[in-house]
Structure formats: C-alpha cells, structure tokens
Design a protein. Sequence first.
Length: 243
Amino acid sequence: MSLAVDWSRPWYSPWAQPGREVAAAIGAGRPPHVALNEAGSPVRCVAQDALPAGRPYEQFVFETGCCPVRDGLHDFFNGLCWIGLPQSKRALNALQAAEIARQDGVAGRRGPVRDAITVFDENGVLLDAPEPLWTALLQRDWRRLFVDLRPLWDDARVLVVGHALLEKLAAPRKDMTAHVWAAGAPLGSRAGADAWLAAQCTPERLAAKPFTPLPVLGIPGWWPENENFSFYDDSVVFRPRRR
C-alpha cells in the first residue's frame, strides 16, 4: 500500500513523528493494522474482515476494543488519531455506542449527538487563538480574519483532529473547510489537547454543535497562494455569514 503524504506540510506537523514511523512500516510490508499496533495504538487494530457483516462499526470498537482497519489513507489517519488522541477517541466512541444502543441500531436518522460526533471526528479542528481572531471567524469576516489581523496568527495554534480531513489534505484544495472548535486549553501538546477535548465530549455539548466553518488553506503560513490577499476574494470558498 502506497501512502503519499508530505509530512513537511504545516497541518501534519503534530502527526509527523508517528505518521512517518507507521508509513515506513507499511512501506516495508507490514499490514496497516499491525503497523499501527506496533506504534502503540490504544485499541487493538485488526483487519477489516474482523468486523462481522451488519455489525455497527462504532459498537464493535466499543464492545471489543478492536478497531477494523482497511488499506488506504482514511483508516491510516484514523489509526494515528487513536494513537495521538486516545482519551478523546474513546470518549467519542463511547458516546457513539451509547447513542446506537439508545436508538436500537443505526437505521434511520443519526440524531444530533451522533451527527455532531461524526462531523467532528471526520472533519474537526481545534483552534487556540486570540479573541479578535475568534470574533472575526464567528462573523465570517474573512478579510479581517486573514488580512487585517494576520499578525495575530503568530499567537494561534491549530490542531487537525479529523481523520478524513487529514486524508483530504494529502491532496490540498482551496475549498477544504473544517469544523472548528474553540480550544479551551493551550494546544502546546497533543496530550494536553486530548485531555481537554475528552472532557468536552458530553451529549449536551456535542448536540449544541459548537463548531464553526473555516477554509483551512486560508490559514497564514499554510498555503503559499494566500500570501496574495486576492486569494480571499473567492466568495465561493470564503462565504459571507448568512443574515
């Protein structure tokens, strides 16, 4: 299995050390689930065919402590997130399993809690930023956020926690938009971010969907083209707030 990942990209910085190790092991011929286990996965990664037909994935992980892994970047990054954010992944998985049990299966609508978990687990970003940046982000005042207040981004910290977003960023596109959660703790380490996020993972908090959209390639220093401020004039990507 080929894993084409440029670990020098800024969004991969927090994940580069375990990512390179696991990718090297896979490149040397180790099955992905074995390479993830050897890198210290807090759940036992298993081959995808260990998941019984018709069994909800989230329920299987919760009840068995085993995480099915397919070939490809999607499950590779999911495995890295388990390694780097074990408390948060366990908390989200437990909530998913509880919601599935409460709803007697996965048929029909997921409901607000499961929907929020899926959105954030797949596409989430934690952002620790000065208050003026947050105000501009919530107002979707993109010119102020990325141009007028650009120097303040030196004091901001960003952690991509959504494994599908990490996968998509292997082939970046301007329109990639994350669901951002304001970090209530400094993002100086994955462990600190993990502890804070796990504590926030309650049904009430998630049902409120405390996320806001952010086109991630607009982040200063993340994409060379945004050095030209006309980058932000694209209203298809940088959409104004609905009135």
